[in-house]
Write a protein that binds this ligand. Structure first.
Ligand code: EPZ
Length: 422
């Protein structure tokens, strides 16, 4: 297993290109299952999760070609010959459940392994299943698989009222509703930019959708969808992560492709902490106003609130802030595993249930630490960039799931960072 060695090297400045969004691409790729015509995705990120989704779709008989060094994905599902998404692939990545809705809606039946939980929580899929049942699906859960059938071979439109916001369940229901007979209304739908991106792509394929980005999405089912070409939206979590580099180290970084509307709540929090964020014609320019950021409190919420996927990274910053911050994690039940690792670097953090109280220190100290999940891994890298001495982050396969070419992007800003093959 590879590790990453980081040496604190003072202020970092330069430009960082932001890739297409992992969490948009992972829901756009299954849309190919809705049509027998080609779907081309541009601005695709080069990540191991994308390779896993590629493997899953190919196991179903879809064709997925990775072109232009992975920036373009050419997908086609005219020859689907297997409707079982196998546990061996699904267990590697939760987003695999997103093939259920489209496969069921287009073919009338699907067998998909239930995803396991993961490090940050149990992460059930009950809302996905309830939405599909509301649309007429017969679901039989046995042997760890969902055996799904649409009576008469087609789902029917329904009103789906989510008890709480779920990104994945909204995406599965949205994908399925495009080919259902009649009208579907999704209430308390997720509003994330990745949902908006999916709706825009589906509309290019001929879907009739209104309201994406609000809490109510209305879909008028159609008989078939055609092919399309669609650019994957910028990754707001990668963007927010790299915006923290000058905040924690000093210097000035311009995140190319960054858009303020993708990171509104996060940028407001940075501003309150003393970090200036400016929209330029190329992206977002970020620098801190004084030598040390101020402590701020954070509560994670569904979009447009502060994103849970930036909580670990923000904690790294607040470990060096002037004052005491309280971070409340409201989305996942176990998403503070980076805290004990940051403590090894001299951070002062007390975790009680869903709250973490961070008392800032002048400077962290480099140490050997272990990545436990995707966003925790990059939080440790950020801490290492600002720490005194060397930090070695082990188990960086977590990192490679969601961040492409981290070493290159950070070295371009003056970071001393290298991968140690393990
Ligand atoms: C998506 O996960 C993202 N993943 C996550 O990003 C992100 O943290 C999350 O949304 C919240 O924004 C992808 O898009 C691939 P949810 P998802 O359904 O869809 C519970 C990353 O780091 N829940 O909004 O799984 C669930 O356990 C990843 O890139 C149910 O109880 O998130 C969680 O506590 C991590 N039943 C909460 O709801 C369900 O049926 C929100 O989950 C579904 C979810």
């Amino acid at each position: 297993m590879d590790s990453i060695l980081v040496k604190g090297n003072g202020a970092l400045s330069g430009t960082i290109p932001i890739a297409g969004a992992k969490n948009a691409c992972l829901t756009l790729m299954p849309a190919t299952l809705l049509s027998d015509e080609p779907l081309t995705l541009t601005n695709a990120p080069r990540l191991s999760d994308i390779a896993t989704m590629t493997q899953l779709l190919q196991s179903l008989g879809a064709e997925v070609a990775s072109l232009q060094d992975g920036l373009v994905l050419a997908l086609s599902s005219h020859a689907i010959d297997n409707r079982t998404a196998d546990y061996d692939i699904v267990r590697k990545m939760r987003a695999s459940i997103l093939v259920l809705g489209p496969m069921l809606s287009r073919d009338g039946h699907a067998v998909v392994s239930l995803p396991g939980g993961c490090a940050i929580g149990a992460r059930p899929v009950d809302l996905h299943l309830k939405a599909l049942e509301a649309m007429g699906a017969d679901l039989d859960l046995r042997d760890g698989y969902v055996h799904a059938r649409a009576p008469g071979g087609r789902l029917k439109g329904a009103v789906v009222d989510f008890p709480f916001v779920s990104v994945g369940a909204t995406e599965n229901a949205l994908l399925a509703a495009t080919l259902a007979r009649g009208t579907t209304v999704l209430k308390n739908a997720a509003r994330e930019p990745e949902i908006v991106d999916l709706a825009q792509c589906l509309r290019k394929m001929g879907a009739q959708i209104e309201g994406e980005g609000t809490s109510t999405i209305t879909i008028q089912g159609v008989d078939r969808l055609h092919g399309a070409t669609h650019p994957v939206v910028t990754d707001r979590i990668e963007l927010g992560t790299y915006m923290l580099v000058p905040a924690i180290c000093g210097g000035e970084v311009e995140c190319l492709g960054g858009r303020l509307d993708l990171v509104g709540a996060f940028a407001e929090k940075l501003d309150a902490a003393g970090v200036s964020v400016t929209q330029t014609e190329r992206g977002l320019k970020v620098s801190r106003r004084n030598g040390r950021v101020k402590a701020v409190d954070v509560v994670t919420e569904p979009f447009p609130g502060f994103p849970t996927d930036l909580q670990a990274q923000m904690m790294a910053l607040l470990c060096t802030a002037d004052g005491t911050s309280v971070l409340e994690e409201r989305i996942f039940e176990n998403r503070f595993m980076h805290a004990p690792e940051l403590t090894r670097m001299g951070a002062k953090i007390e975790v009680h249930g869903g709250h973490a109280t961070v008392t800032g220190v002048e400077r962290l100290k480099g140490a050997r630490v272990m990545a436990t999940d995707l966003r925790a891994s990059v939080s440790l890298i950020l801490a290492g960039l600002a720490a005194e001495g060397e930090t070695i982050v082990s188990r960086v396969y977590h990192l490679d799931r969601g961040y492409e070419r981290v070493e290159q992007k950070l070295r371009a800003c003056g970071a001393q960072i290298e991968r140690i093959k393990g």
